[in-house]
Design a protein around this ligand. Sequence first.
Ligand code: SIN
Length: 294
Amino acid sequence: MQGSLRGNAGPRIRHLADEGAPYETLSIDKLTPIIGAEVGGIDLSQPLSNRQQDEVHRALAENSVIFFRDQHITPDQHVAFGRMFGDLHVHPAAPHEDGRPELMVIHADKDSPRANGEGWHTDVSCDVEPPMGSILYIKTCPPRGGDTLFASMYAAYEALSDRMKAYLEGMTAVHDGEQVYRGLYANYGVADKPKYPRAEHPVIRTHPVTGRKALYVNRGFTRFLVGVPRDESEGILRYLYEHMENPLFQCRFRWRANSIAFWDNRCVQHRAMWDYWPHTRSGNRVTVAGDKPY
Ligand code: SIN
């Protein structure tokens, strides 16, 4: 389906998540028809049955980001939940809990110079094999604010014109961690590394589970499109960033203490709101390793 008017992207997006058989072990409460669902009927502090594990995988594939409320899990249970989805990724720069490199610290308070993830991004897309997914467990919430926004890159891709899709097909872009990470965590006493990751990825990637295409450039890490003049690259990237930030492709999660968000970095971008200063928002992120995008 191809719309002719700018700003008329909605009808062109497939509502894949509306299809499918009922779940046996989980309840699914969608935030929007496009992206995001709250998953109920599951206690992540208990071992999950094979059926529950399959249905969590399915819920993620169908909704791109899933949320769990009122979970009381230990750091070990958080890590074990992440391992159900693959090996764990260790962040190239961010601070982690003492002796636990797989438990990234997500924390902002009255003394913080910044908060994690304040701009639209895909986690660590500068890695040659960027993370498949991220599982954020927030234990301390501000009285108001601190929401996280998520945007479907399937929807952003599907809403592009056929001409733009054809232009981007087969194109790659360079993603670089250098400007993002150097000096970023100095306030935590984290020393800089000699080098940060850099990688070239397809601008349109195919999701290995769903087979759907997703736009894979982001303001955080993407530096330029390969094979076109720099001014053209800047113009196209600027357009793509504005396009993918259309609220039609988004959901917004309002945290409560002891909530978990699990997003699929292969088809989702996110942005955290730091609108709660001087209050504290705090938790840990476990990140699941991924494959080379294609
Ligand atoms: C991040 O992992 O980018 C931070 C997200 C958040 O704090 O909501």
